[in-house]
Design a protein around this ligand. Structure first.
Ligand SMILES: [Zn+2]
Length: 439
């Protein structure tokens, strides 16, 4: 049984024997037992079979111990044969094993990235529920919710960089288990991802750490392979064969040192992946358990509140208008090739229309845009000025709508009685962030 568990109310580490957390929560013993058992399972699970490292290292040792050239050769044929045997072993035994191991590490790395995306998607989704549904999108100052906007942006950033680094797409995320958090969160994450707004956050201008790691490993293997081929031809072309075999062998030994470094870095990466796996498993579990205890009952009740239901239905056109505005913004930021002569010959309105259509098509959002327009019974903008005055007007209408409705919602018992609990969830996010930063 894991000695350290965590509090399912605030997410803090807790001694298994302790009955009460510093937040005051007394965890039932059955729950402590379950959390302890699940954490134990996480700590004992292994993602990468140790066998891959073991057989690779053994093969390398075998090469060093049994395939070195002897100090004395009487004929060039003997030296050449010994050298070729060494190269042959390297090519047929060691390199495939390294390649295999490296591949497993890469696949595991992608699994971890998916878990990371899963975790930060949950955090993102929960902050959206708190900010948009529970308190309302324009009440951040009034309710001191800045900490949640920070977590929302932080988690969006984390999702976006992970998605870009690994080229995970939304269909991968859709198939991951979002646990107790459920589908409404997945939907909000899905919408955001789909709208590409995660991507705009982090533009890939430089190599990420994981790219560098991956490329390094690939280059290491490739260099070793190429060198072997090159040296083979030197030997046969020259006359002073024994001497040249020695030169080739020296160079090969230098390369073996590179392979040694490569093996070390793969071992380090393997350990790092196992550590990360335990970390993200634990953090996912903290979020799931605390959400289940604190927020799930509150949001379930909110979703059944007749006043909230009515409000949510009335909000639909406002949400659609905001979605449309976001799409227009995205389209305007999208680069498309612009024809100089076209711009010169057409008037502004015509240019706006043509290029807007190109852009929205490039974003693959023309259908959704038209769908929203037909629901709202509105027409496309004709000029950029029209677009921006629409944006201003609709935002202010949305604010007015929220102001009126939130006045009523605020006094509903489900909202007025649970405010502290909902705001208190920031503690759980803090705990998860702390775990990630201090792992
Ligand atoms: Zn606690």
């Amino acid at each position: 049984m894991a000695k350290n568990i965590f509090c399912t109310r605030c997410g803090s580490d807790l001694d298994y024997q302790a009955t009460q957390c510093q937040c005051g929560f007394i965890m039932p013993s059955e729950e402590r037992r379950i959390i302890g058992y699940n954490l134990e399972t996480i700590n004992n699970s292994i993602l990468i079979d140790e066998e891959y490292a073991y057989i690779t290292i053994s093969s390398f040792e075998d090469l060093l111990n049994n395939y070195q050239l002897s100090s004395l050769y009487f004929t060039s044929g003997g030296a050449k044969k010994a050298y070729e045997k060494k190269v042959d072993f390297l090519k047929s035994d060691l390199l495939p094993k390294i390649e295999n191991w490296r591949e497993i590490i890469q696949i595991s790395d992608e699994k971890i990235s998916l878990e990371k995306v899963e975790l930060f998607s949950k955090i993102y989704g929960i902050t959206e529920l708190i900010l948009k549904e529970y308190f309302g999108p324009f009440t951040i100052k009034e309710n001191n919710l800045e900490v949640f906007t920070e977590f929302r942006d932080f988690s969006r950033y984390q999702v976006s960089t992970t998605v870009l680094e690994t080229e995970i797409d939304f269909t991968d995320i859709k198939t991951t288990n979002l646990g107790t958090i459920g589908h409404n969160i997945l939907d909000s994450v899905g919408n955001t991802l789909d709208k590409g707004s995660f991507k705009e956050l982090s533009k890939k201008t430089e190599w990420s750490d994981s790219d560098v790691k991956r490329v390094k490993a690939e280059v290491g293997v490739a260099i070793a392979g190429e060198l072997i081929v090159g040296i083979g031809s030197i030997i046969s072309q020259t006359q002073d064969a024994i001497k040249n075999v020695r030169i080739a062998d020296n160079e090969l030994n230098c390369k073996l040192e590179e392979i040694n470094d490569l093996i070390n870095s793969l071992s380090i990466e393997e350990n790092e992946i196992e550590k990360q796996k335990r970390l993200y498993d634990k953090c996912n579990m903290i979020i799931d358990s605390c959400y289940e205890r604190i927020l799930k009952p509150i949001f379930e009740e909110l979703n059944n509140d007749p006043v909230y239901i009515e409000y949510r239905d009335k909000r639909i056109p406002f949400d659609l208008e905001q979605e449309r505005i976001k799409m227009d913004d995205e389209a305007l930021n999208e680069n498309v090739s612009i024809s100089f002569w076209g711009c010169l010959l057409n008037n502004n309105a015509r240019n706006y229309k043509v290029y807007w259509k190109k852009r929205i098509k490039k974003l693959n959002k023309l259908d959704r845009y038209s769908e929203i327009n037909s629901i709202l019974k509105s027409k496309r903008h004709k000029t950029i000025a029209e677009c921006s005055s629409y944006k201003e007007l609709k935002l202010s209408e949305f604010k007015d709508f929220e102001m009126i409705n939130r006045r009523v919602l605020k006094s509903r018992p489900i909202i007025s009685n649970n405010k502290r609990e909902v705001i208190g969830f920031a503690q759980v996010f803090n705990k998860v962030k702390y775990n990630i930063n201090n792992s």
